[in-house]
Structure formats: structure tokens, C-alpha cells
Design a protein around this ligand. Sequence first.
Ligand code: HEC
Length: 183
Amino acid sequence: MTKHIVISFLIVVGVVLQACHKDQVVDFRENIADITQVPKGFPDIDYPNDNAFTVDRWTLGKKLFFDKRLSKDSSTSCGSCHKPHLAFSDNIATTNGVFDLPGTRNAPTLTNVAYQPYYTREGGIATLEMQVLVPVQEHNEFGFNIIEIAERLSSDSSYQRLSRNAYGRTLDYYHDRSGHCKF
Ligand code: HEC
């Protein structure tokens, strides 16, 4: 998957995970001031230097977050486990992922994850960008890999448009923060 994709997840999970009712359709673009407003008493979010918040990045990230094509059998999205109407968590012990395979842990809330210094129960993941790669490769979550996801989504012209708007280039897979391709 792309730096764009990974970073956009960061935007999604870090900034705009505001719980909304599941049946409620909200056009967040109209409420962008609310989205970017850090609540009173909260510190500012420490964005990566090369990944400031923009509405276009958020829009790309939101589409990716709810896109089931990120899983090998196109059954599961991030939002399948991190459900918006449950504060981006789940209310069952474990959630099934790709090929209906059972999960092993409860899907935690993503509320305020932008402030966390590390991720997963063991704390072994240092950044939100890296955290995105975990469900991608877990055999019972997306069961896929980032390169194939990028290839699958590249044929979707709406992703190409969103990617250009957000990051000034077409969709590709993961890059490190210096912009160099890692694979
Ligand atoms: C099949 C269910 C499932 C899917 C799909 C899934 N997650 Fe998760 N997520 C989990 C579980 C379970 C954990 C807890 C993992 C652990 O602690 O080892 C988790 C942990 C996380 C965390 C760390 C939270 C913390 O407090 O440490 C983040 C961030 C996250 N997921 C974001 C995402 C994103 C973004 C996607 C899509 C790219 C995604 N997840 C897809 C189930 C899922």
C-alpha cells in the first residue's frame, strides 16, 4: 500500500474518529472546523512533519478505512472491526475478519489514538503508520499484502484522483518518510 494509504489512515484514525450514529450520514467536509478543532484541555496533535492534516488526506483516509477491498476476499474493512457507532471498537469479544476467520483479541477503540506513544496490547508498534500494516498482513484480518492492495486499488480512478489531491501523486505502496520506496 502506499505512503498515501498509510498516512491517510493516520489522518483517519488520528483526527476524525468522531463517533457518529451508524445510520446517520454526516458530511464531515461541511464540519471541517469541528473536526480539526482540538477539544479544550487536549494537547495539540503531533503530526509527522511531512503529513500535515488536510481535508483531502482525510477524505482519502476515510475511503480507505471503510473499503473492504483491502482484505483478500473483499469482505472486511478497518471499519468492520472498529465500528464508528461503537466509538470505533466492537462490542463482541472478537470480530471475524477475512474468510470469516475468527479474531483473537477484542478490537479496541480508536478514540484518541493519535496521542498514544505506541500501539497494540504489547506496545510493539511505534507509529500509527506502522500499525496499519498489522491488519493488512494478519491472516485473520485482511490476509493480504500492501503491494497487492495498491495494485487492486490502482485500477480505481477515484483513488487516483483522491491520491493526487491528497499527496500530489498517483497511488502507490508504502514509502518511508523521506519519500523513498521501501520495497
Ligand atoms: C478483524 C478485525 C480488525 C480489523 C479488520 C482491523 N483491526 Fe485494528 N485492531 C484489531 C484488534 C483485535 C486490535 C488489538 C490488537 C492487539 O492489541 O494486538 C487492533 C488494534 C488497532 C490499533 C491499535 C490500538 C491501540 O490502542 O493500541 C489501531 C490504531 C488499529 N487497530 C487501526 C486499524 C486500522 C487503521 C485498520 C485498517 C487498516 C484496522 N485496525 C483493521 C482488530 C481489527
